[in-house]
Design a protein around this ligand. Structure first.
Ligand code: GRG
Length: 337
């Protein structure tokens, strides 16, 4: 099993704990139908950074004065949130007709849309079983979070190819499709670790602010990276009709300008590259990075009153790393020109 670099790897126990999450994930997709196990395992073994289990584990660790392996319930909570993430990726790849994910062929590409949808459903079902074993509060929280993902994605779909998409609509969509699950990942960690209520609220607020920043960063990377960094061509979101924060900021600053004439339902890769170059050449990209920096700061403030611990240190380091990584990527874009 390979996984991408997790920004919480600075916690000494993290690599071992994420290995335990991977063992739970592999066990969770065991089915009496071997073919279902195979397709449900596809993205589990393909990689992924395991950010959401990492946050569950680190949030739980904010209640511990010393670094130590996570309790089994924390590991199982981490597996439950990762299964929701993976289920959403299976469905997302069907909706986008994506040929690949994590640099391997997508489930829909290999086995078709119908089986990809069923396997995604199976991952969500197995997440629910684990969540129920962790108690009513975690089960209800996971159910509500799945609803938030669906709401966020629905909001995004309502504004596809919409040059008038408002920033409010953008923020509402990313709150549902991305921030909600990162907030929940931290909250599950806090709940199963038995942290005091006010402490649980603080790690949840951290996860929500970090998760919002995470999506803004993802949206910036789409405009500065190339196919070999991201597994999709520069400006792919625009070709899908998803106009993200930097694009909306550019449109607001230059209404009716060249960018608005390039954005349409049949953009070529070179249109996308030109559109991305326009956004990079304006202040809109730096503006969006500024929003990510502000949100990462907000995340750090949420943890400000907690006693020092390896968990707090790791979460703070993750939000600093997020901002540094996008600043570095924007300073040296690999994007097609
Ligand atoms: C059925 C739960 C469910 C949802 C249906 C399709 C959909 C509604 C929602 C899509 C949500 C989505 C794909 C949001 C994007 C979140 C995001 C930034 C994903 C990338 O996260 P990383 O970088 O992924 O952590 P890895 O590949 O490292 O696991």
């Amino acid at each position: 099993m390979t996984r991408g670099r997790n920004p919480l790897d600075i916690l000494p126990s993290m690599a071992g704990d994420l290995g335990r999450v991977d063992t739970e994930l592999a066990a969770s997709v065991d089915s009496r139908i071997p073919f279902l196990t195979e397709i449900a395992s596809h993205l589990i073994t393909a990689g992924g950074k395991r950010i959401r289990p990492g946050f569950c584990i680190a949030a739980a660790a904010t209640g511990l004065a010393t670094d130590q392996p996570a309790k089994l319930d924390v590991i199982r909570g981490g597996a439950a949130v990762e299964l929701v993430h993976l289920g959403s990726l299976y469905h997302d790849d069907v909706m986008d007709a994506a040929p690949s994910r994590h640099f391997v062929a997508s489930v829909n590409e290999l086995w078709g849309n119908h089986r990809a949808i069923l396997a995604g459903d199976f991952l969500l079902a197995r997440s629910s079983e684990i969540a129920a074993s962790l108690g009513v509060e975690v089960a209800a929280l996971l159910g509500a979070t799945i609803s938030r993902l669906v709401e966020g994605q629905t909001l995004e779909m309502q504004h596809l190819h919409d040059l008038e998409r408002s920033e409010a609509a953008y923020w509402a969509s990313i709150d549902g499709k991305t921030a909600a699950l990162l907030a929940t990942s931290c909250r599950v960690g806090g709940i199963v670790a038995g942290l005091p209520r006010e402490h649980i609220e603080l790690v949840t607020a951290f996860g929500r602010a970090y998760g919002t920043a995470f999506q803004v960063v993802d949206d910036v990377l789409d405009l500065v990276s190339n196919d070999s960094d991201m597994g999709k061509p520069t400006g792919h979101d625009m070709s899908e009709g998803v106009y993200t924060l930097p694009v909306l900021r550019h449109l607001a600053a230059d209404p009716g300008g060249e960018l608005s004439s390039l954005l349409n339902a049949s953009m070529t890769d070179s249109d996308c590259a030109r559109a991305a170059a326009l956004v990079r050449g304006s202040g809109a990209l730096d503006d969006a990075i500024g929003e990510a920096r502000r949100l990462a700061g907000e995340a750090a403030v949420a943890l400000g009153d907690l006693p020092p611990s390896p968990g707090v240190t790791a979460l703070l380091a993750a939000s600093e790393h997020l901002v540094r990584s996008v600043e570095a990527a924007a300073a040296h874009p690999t994007a097609a020109r």
